[in-house]
Design a protein around this ligand. Structure first.
Ligand SMILES: [Fe+2]
Length: 182
């Protein structure tokens, strides 16, 4: 069964070994290689939500449960991340900034669909949006190489693709609305 304390300790040890996401990715890949152990340790997902599992200046671990068919607008993290899916699927669109655009607008640059057992590293400059394409909850462990809650970052309007300061209350509202629609 997945044990949060040992997972966090393994991530800390990986970070000491290598301050990039490389060693942490191995830890996440090992964890999600046994999805039923993840579900046993973290519990069956009940609703769309973000659960804070571990929080330090240099490392944050959250459990993200996406409501059926929910999409989150493009956003950045300003730190590296590793996403490990243990139930459902995460469709990521990656975006890049239009050069010298006054509104900080984006264009789509690529995509990656993450399945159960995938552990995907995201570089510190990555901008992505995420959709849960399945009609049930998707859950993924997300590990960030910094203080995910304190870091100022950006989100982009999903219609105009213009840049705005990240608004955490808006994100929480998105989860509530997606739960209500499910
Ligand atoms: Fe993200």
């Amino acid at each position: 069964m997945f044990d949060l304390d040992s997972f966090a300790a393994d991530c800390r040890a990986a970070l000491r070994e290598d301050s990039s996401h490389k060693a942490v990715r191995e830890v996440v890949a090992r964890a999600v290689s046994d999805p039923s152990a993840m579900l046993a340790g973290l519990g069956e997902p009940k609703r769309g939500e973000v659960q804070k599992l571990y929080h330090a200046d240099d490392l944050t671990i959250i459990n993200v449960i996406w409501a059926p068919h929910m999409t989150i607008m493009p956003h950045n993290h300003e730190m590296w991340a590793v996403i490990g899916v243990y139930t459902g699927r995460e469709d990521n669109i990656f975006w890049r900034r239009l050069p010298e655009d006054a509104q900080g607008r984006l264009e789509a640059a690529g995509a990656k669909s993450l399945a159960v057992r995938d552990a995907a590293p995201l570089g510190r400059d990555i901008i992505h949006s995420v959709t849960n394409p399945v009609p049930r909850l998707t859950a993924a462990i997300h590990v960030y190489g910094g203080d995910f809650y304190a870091q100022p970052r950006s989100e982009w309007d999903p219609e105009t693709l213009s840049e705005h300061p990240y608004d955490v209350t808006k994100t929480l509202r998105l989860f509530d609305e997606a739960n209500a629609a499910a």
